[in-house]
Design a protein. Sequence first.
Length: 256
Amino acid sequence: MAQLLLEGHPIGTIQGVLFDKDGTLSHSEPHLLDLAERRISAAVDLWSEIRGTPTKDLRQILSRAFGLQDGALNPGGTLAVAARQDNLTSTATVFCLLGCSWAEGLALAERCFNSVDQKLLGQLEPSPLLDHAATMLRNLHAGGVQLAVISNDTRLGIKNFLDHHAVSDLFNSSWSADDTPRKPDPQAVHQLCRRLNLEPEHCALVGDAETDLTMAHQAGIGCVIGYQGGWTLPPVLPSAPHLLNSWRDLDLSANP
């Protein structure tokens, strides 16, 4: 067991830490803003092609659905928090609000997402690590703490991110959108802890979304930390017992 320190103050004894990825370890906002604009533009173009006339309502509603706010991204919004399938479903729902059947709306959403995916294929590198994250991860690993990622990114997306930043060897396991159940189901935490052979009460979980923190509490995680330093608009995290704004403020004492 090791003592976890926040700004030099002990907050819990742990054996493992579960990290969200986007907005927590990864500076994802620029990539997600670009992805949102590409998907919105693809939707508007497709609607014009099929219906003959564009509609400003489509752009406005999709912007709200994805969580775009004055050039920034709502860290609690669909694009920031939810998996690709959830975003596809919300896009299909927007098409339905404009008069499509569910089957038609879902088909249009899939065409939009697939066309953007094809254009981006091989073009994008993984998002950068947030400042001081690599040093923090190495310090925890050197202190004997098991590390894992719990994310709604795909298994390949998580692997590519960790490989790209040369931190894969620091992590013991992960839980992705390809695993069942997906977060924020507390069973996702329980299953990941089983992979680590750790009890949830002996782990910390760090996330940037209220859904992450609620999941952690429901799963019996011993130390729940809200991360606010990854977005232009800091996330509101009322259920966080501890708030963290910079990775340089999280440290480890081997002698609790």
